[in-house]
Design a protein around this ligand. Structure first.
Ligand code: SGN
Ligand code: CA
Length: 545
């Protein structure tokens, strides 16, 4: 008798939920499936988007996405480095599950990615720009991608059908031309599209287009408060990282001193690839491009050579910071212009209304905070990433959201937006409830972070972390065993590791339990994975670059 009741209840429940599902599917079918335009730049710090802060640059076109949609103020990545972040985005799985833990080894293409699923479900798919996987993407009807990091001037692209093609011009303009050309000529009227428009800029070595370096090399930018950080109050990892603007940047490749200027002044190369980094980019320029370049960068070299003898470390740091910002921000000016071109086309073509536009970066970046460039750390500037989304009729214009969302969530978000069931082994959460109802409940109050690429360029030690809105607990491991705790509310610049302060003992205990639970939830088992370790030890590449 008891069992009969239970069965009856169960059948009634199943009946209801099936009816619900059918109703939902019908709803979805009646709504036109949305297009998805995923715009991602490489190393674009949120500090360099005026929707977040206008101290450094105005980005009116990127800001349109925020003004007409939603700005996420607590978006972050799971592993702050290029190819691993892209693998997380495409698979909806943490690095240790999708296997792409570092930049060096190719992406495992047996992973199922959300574009493959969307393509199978009838979406037309395309990708243009930087992927950085060491192989071609699956699930795309069309792609033209940069080999590896790609080049700024006269870049070569790997195409789906025609092998390698080199285009004259500037990479950000060309990536946009390819994208617009596809939208105008290849897009099928009878299918929704999922288009990935992926900029190389503002990645190192930060080469702006001529029209922008002319202007930006004359600008002066405000310095961050922590430009002269001495890393006191933090552990070994911050002291040993090699990403200080004064001590670890390349003088030719990054600061754009000519090798001849350096030789005349007796300045040694910043790294063994310093001259090569400079020559590699310069060798791609036409004679005309070189002449234009020299007209702007020549006088900078002359001025520097005149003053060098009288410059102390502080003056050199200040000079290098300005040089860095002039070039980095110069490349962003062209990203902004080009994003504007694409948004304008969506408007003109009538596509804007039914297109979910996303603007993000593969991670954050240091713009002189803590004296650094680059990323990798679970500290704020690299852990957080810009995230803006516009979707007329679904997302209210001009709203902001503070929930802790991650690049891990994109795959499930796009699948749900398209009315497609996400595979159950994806590890993120769909952002759809937040997009369509900004006050919706979001039950994630802690995120998990794990960075692996060490020993390697910039020498940021391996670490994993749990991050809540209040605290950040980090464990650096592998060749150290150090914990750091930051009180995010009281120390937003993360200058004081309070791990040893007895006041935080209870907090640490709770966070460690929560961290252990997250590691189980995400199936991240081992601190020192022997296979991974051997991979590094056997890899010259890892140590050379
Ligand atoms: C290159 C850069 C590094 C950068 C990595 C990874 N050096 O090696 O500064 O951290 O790429 O960047 S460079 O002198 O060759 O430019 S990532 O965006 O691909 O992860
Ligand atoms: Ca990157």
């Amino acid at each position: 008798m008891k069992y009969q009741h239970i069965f009856l209840l169960l059948f009634t429940y199943i009946g209801f939920s099936c009816a619900n599902q059918v109703a939902q599917q019908q709803d979805q079918a009646e709504k036109k499936r949305p297009n998805i335009l995923f715009i991602m730049s490489d190393d674009h710090a949120y500090q360099a988007i005026s929707a977040y802060s206008d101290k450094l640059i105005k980005t009116p076109n990127i800001d349109r996405i925020a003004n007409e949609g939603m700005r996420f103020d607590n978006a972050c990545v799971t592993n702050s480095i290029c190819a691993p972040s892209r693998a997380v985005i495409l698979t909806g799985k943490h690095s240790h599950i999708n296997g792409k833990t570092d930049n060096y080894f190719p992406f495992d293409t047996t992973n199922v990615t959300f574009p493959q699923i969307m393509q199978e479900a009838g979406y037309q798919t395309a990708m243009f720009g930087k992927l950085h996987f060491g192989n071609s993407p699956k699930g795309f009807d069309e792609f033209q991608i940069l080999p590896g990091q790609g080049h700024y001037y006269n870049p070569t692209f790997i195409t789906k059908e025609k092998g390698k093609v080199t285009y004259p011009g500037y990479v950000t303009d060309i990536t946009t031309d390819l994208t617009l050309n596809w939208l105008k000529k290849e897009r099928k009227e009878d299918k929704p599209f999922m288009l990935m428009y992926l900029h190389k800029a503002p990645h190192r070595e930060w080469l702006p287009a001529e029209r922008h370096y002319k202007e930006y090399t004359k600008k002066t930018f405000p310095e961050p408060e922590t430009l002269f950080d001495d890393y006191k109050g933090r552990g070994t990892a911050a002291h040993t990282a090699e990403m200080n603007i004064l001590d670890h940047m390349n003088w030719a490749g990054d600061s754009k001193l000519y090798p001849e200027t350096m030789e005349a002044l007796g300045i040694p190369q910043g790294s063994h690839w310093d001259y090569d980094a400079f020559k590699k980019e310069r060798s791609r320029m036409t004679e005309e491009q070189k002449k234009a370049w020299d007209a702007s960068y020549g006088p900078i070299n002359e001025e520097f050579a005149k003053n060098y003898a009288s410059m102390d470390r502080e003056a050199l740091m200040k000079w290098r910071y300005q040089r860095y910002m002039q070039d980095y921000l110069g490349t962003i000016e062209s990203v902004d212009e080009n994003v504007g071109r694409v948004l304008d086309y969506l408007d003109e073509s009538g596509l804007a209304d039914n297109t979910l536009v996303v603007y993000t970066s593969d991670q954050g970046f240091y713009l002189g905070e803590h004296g650094w460039f680059d990323k990798r750390f679970a500290y704020n500037e690299s852990f957080k990433t810009p995230l803006l989304m516009r979707w007329p009729n679904e997302i209210k214009p001009g709203i902001t959201n503070e929930e802790m969302v991650q690049n891990l969530d994109f795959a499930q978000t796009f699948l749900e937006a398209a009315g497609i069931q996400a595979p159950s082994d994806m590890q993120g959460e769909s952002l759809m409830p937040l997009l369509t109802d900004n006050g919706a409940a979001w039950d994630r109050d802690a995120v998990y972070y794990h960075y692996y690429e060490y020993p390697s360029i910039h020498m940021v030690k391996r670490h994993y972390a749990i991050i809540t809105k209040e605290f950040k607990l980090i464990h650096f491991y592998y060749d150290v065993d150090e914990w750091e705790l930051y009180d995010r509310k009281n120390d937003p610049m993360e200058l004081n590791n309070v791990y040893d302060d007895p006041k935080y003992a209870d907090t640490i205990k709770t966070l460690k339990e929560d961290l252990a639970a997250l590691r189980v939830q995400y199936k991240d088992g081992s601190e020192i994975d022997q296979k991974l370790l051997n991979k590094y030890l056997n890899s010259k590449a890892a140590l050379q670059r």
